[in-house]
Design a protein around this ligand. Sequence first.
Ligand code: AMP
Length: 539
Amino acid sequence: MEDEALGFEHMGLDPRLLQAITELGWSRPTLIQEKAIPLALEGKDLLARARTGSGKTAAYAVPLLQHLLHRKETGPVVEQAVRGLVLVPTKELARQAQTMIRQLAAYCARDVRVVDVSAAEDSAAQKALLMEKPDVVVGTPSRVHSHLQQGGLHLRDSLELLVMDEADLLFSFGFEEELKSLLCHLPRIYQAFLMSATFNEDVQALKELVLHNPVTLKLQESQLPGPERLQQFQVLCEAEEDKFLLLYALLKLTLLRGKSLLFVNTVERGYRLRLFLEQFSIPACVLNGELPLRSRCHIISQFNQGFYDCIIATDGAIRRERAPRGERAADPEAGVARGIDFHNVAAVLNFDLPPSPEAYVHRAGRTARAGNPGTTLTFVLPAERPQLARIVEALGGESAEPILQNYQFRMEEIEGFRYRCRDAMRSVTKQAIREARLKEIKEELLHSEKLKTYFEDNPRDLQLLRHDQPLHPAVVKPHLSHVPDYLIPPTLRGIARPHGKRKRKRPVPSQKGSKTHRPKNPLRTFKYTGKKSSAAKPS
Ligand code: AMP
């Protein structure tokens, strides 16, 4: 079906938009874009079910920009005004949406200006930006509402297009009252798009409030991409130690190539894994839900820029559960929702079995995005097999093709690593984990902007933090970072590139339009010879 997709070039788009799309390296629209853009350009209101990673931002941004450009070129000369409003539930999503819109508007930046009012600048700076009447305003409902109330933003006579992105989260983040009040500042007639991952009762309520005779797009997208894009494996591990051993071998021999997300079920496990990998000089960082949003975004942006290849995450760190209706978190805008965007993840590895089918889909959905291929590997212990069976069933595992293929790895071929693995596991004591967690929190305190004034007033507290006990994370034994040739399984000599021996390239920040080079994935290219000499076989 994708082959018959209506290309961007046949949608009647402004050449400047097409140029930006080409520059971004998008050869064809995603499903949601193919369906939504033509309808939106006809002037229809849209209610679209779209998940993060489906290309939904461009699905609304392209028609929004096309509308604005067309209006400026063909319509009567009118006063500059805010004509597009994009509401999102979090600051992070606002930033992402603005970036995407600006990338698409790269060749018409003088004609279409976009401002994110949720960015952390002070409100005076935002007011100044709003005074210039940007064509598009992006923000969370509370920020937009406050500007409307203070008179810095006027929409009643100018708004033509409203977008509500991640609409199902807009109410659940406690924005209900602000949204309703915000809608009173809008004109009677405008075109509206509502994008949502689910169609729940909140979305129904929003639909009644903002949409007029909408076209509903419930695209027949399966929860995860098909096997041609996403290869899913299960790895049966006899014991907990085998999980560590296997991960060590996969990473150290770079059988898991490209960027990977390692999922664990608790923060404590995350630090255990990190310290374990540290023993072998395999750099990884923990995306810990306890750290402030800003730090988490920083970690993700460094990962996206290629500073390191592994992130260890818990489900909680990448998704915040819905707040009870009407109840508002201390800083609802700061909630990290499912919108957190990792780029070019080659593999998702479930080091710990996901607690539910939903968690599985959520984790696996971080790879094989936007037309890229991906792999998932799920480690499963004997006692967990019934739970995995439930996950497979929920994924629709009745089909002839098993959804999760058995990834048969000949453990005996990596037995030589076991001694080192045990040694490393022993070094990662509970105390070391506790200290590693404390160390990270301490760093956060020291660098916290919010605490800066407090420390200025209370220098002794700062000294205490600076000079308290030196931390003793697990002792790293340098010899463990090298893999002697005799330990490399015979079949992998030539394929495997021991991690420590790689020349580490300087990360190249992703450039507009440049296509990221993805190394060949050895997990996919293994050939099983059936002989003992083969180390791995996707069966
Ligand atoms: P979104 O679902 O909007 O968060 O988009 C997810 C990712 O898909 C973003 O990194 C976009 O740059 C990328 N993307 C959007 N549309 C396309 C497309 N037509 N082709 C390739 N990548 C795309």
